[in-house]
Design a protein around this ligand. Structure first.
Ligand SMILES: NC(=O)c1ccc[n+]([C@@H]2O[C@H](COP(=O)([O-])OP(=O)(O)OC[C@H]3O[C@@H](n4cnc5c(N)ncnc54)[C@H](OP(=O)(O)O)[C@@H]3O)[C@@H](O)[C@H]2O)c1
Length: 267
């Protein structure tokens, strides 16, 4: 596994993390156990970054993550998110405490604002985030689905901490962030956490055969390798199928040359 520095910090997170949207929705205890085991397997494969949110499966995603890491908490970097309806000061504190309980942990490594809410002053939200850092409940502050202007406002609202990351949709099929957000992240050393990097399972059929054969990779592996070609990007594919998980964990073991990345981009 390859690891990258989070923002301007010295924290190393795996280039390939694990997303958990839809984890926590299960129809049986066996299915739930399968989700716990998938996360455990990912950690064994060197993935140390798990992404969850209070919104996912109404908190049950955090519960599954908590169970998966309870005896190996120190080895894992847990990122969670406060929902857009909870961005007032007291709501942020309440949401974080509830997430800590569901995660069975004393701290969240990266706490992110899930979506901006223009009706709540960002100063109010960031002031609560800084209080959580001061209390030791949160280590780093991040945002998600923020534009460049919204990220600048969030940074300006902080007094002692930095915005270390912006989690946004990015894949071969959705390159919207390349216009402004990615260049900004590169310039300002803010980690871009790519969500839905496999286009929610709609795996690209445009990958040149010659590259698939040369690198002996699957199209999904190529998508993950491509999306993390920039040093400032990490990706958080979701996989509960163990074969998928193993593919994803080994997707960045080699790097392609610039011309090959361009061929992938062109499709
Ligand atoms: N901040 C936000 O607003 C936001 C929004 C959306 C998502 N996210 C985060 O980003 C994570 C990832 O995004 P996502 O869940 O939307 O979609 P994704 O990771 O792009 O795709 C997940 C789908 O791809 C399949 N898959 C995984 N690995 C594969 C492989 N090697 N080959 C073929 N198929 C594969 C999975 O199947 P199996 O599960 O069966 O393996 C699943 O159906 C989420 O789980 C969540 O943590 C954040």
């Amino acid at each position: 596994m390859e690891y990258r520095l989070l923002g301007r910090t010295k924290e190393k997170i795996s280039t390939i993390g694990m997303g958990t949207w839809r984890i926590g929705s299960y129809r049986s205890s066996e299915e739930r156990e399968g989700q716990v085991l998938a996360l455990r397997r990912g950690i064994e494969l060197g993935i140390n970054h798990i992404d969850t949110a209070e919104m996912y499966a109404s908190g049950r995603s955090e519960e599954v993550v908590g169970e998966a890491v309870k005896d190996i908490r120190k080895d894992v970097f847990i990122a969670s998110k406060v929902a857009p309806g909870h961005l007032h000061y007291d709501d942020v504190l309440r949401s974080c405490r509830a997430s800590l309980q569901r995660l069975q942990t004393s701290h969240i490594d990266l706490y992110q604002v899930h979506w901006p809410d223009p009706s709540v002053p960002i100063q109010e939200t960031m002031s609560a985030m800084e209080r959580l850092v001061k209390e030791g409940a949160v280590r780093y502050i991040g945002v998600s689905n923020f534009s460049v202007a919204e990220t600048d406002d969030a940074r300006a609202a902080l007094t002692k901490n930095e915005i270390v990351s912006n989690q946004v949709e990015y894949s071969l099929s959705n390159r919207y962030v390349e216009a402004e957000v990615l260049p900004y992240c590169d310039r300002e050393k803010v980690t871009l956490i790519a969500y839905s990097p496999l286009a929610q399972g709609r795996i690209a059929n445009s990958i040149p055969n010659e590259l698939l054969q040369k690198y002996k990779m699957t199209p999904a592996q190529m998508m993950l390798n491509w999306v993390t070609r920039d040093e400032q990007v990490v990706a958080i594919p979701k996989a509960t199928n163990l074969a998928h998980l193993e593919e994803n964990a080994s997707s960045v073991s080699v790097r392609f040359d610039a011309a090959e990345y361009e061929r992938l981009t062109a499709g």
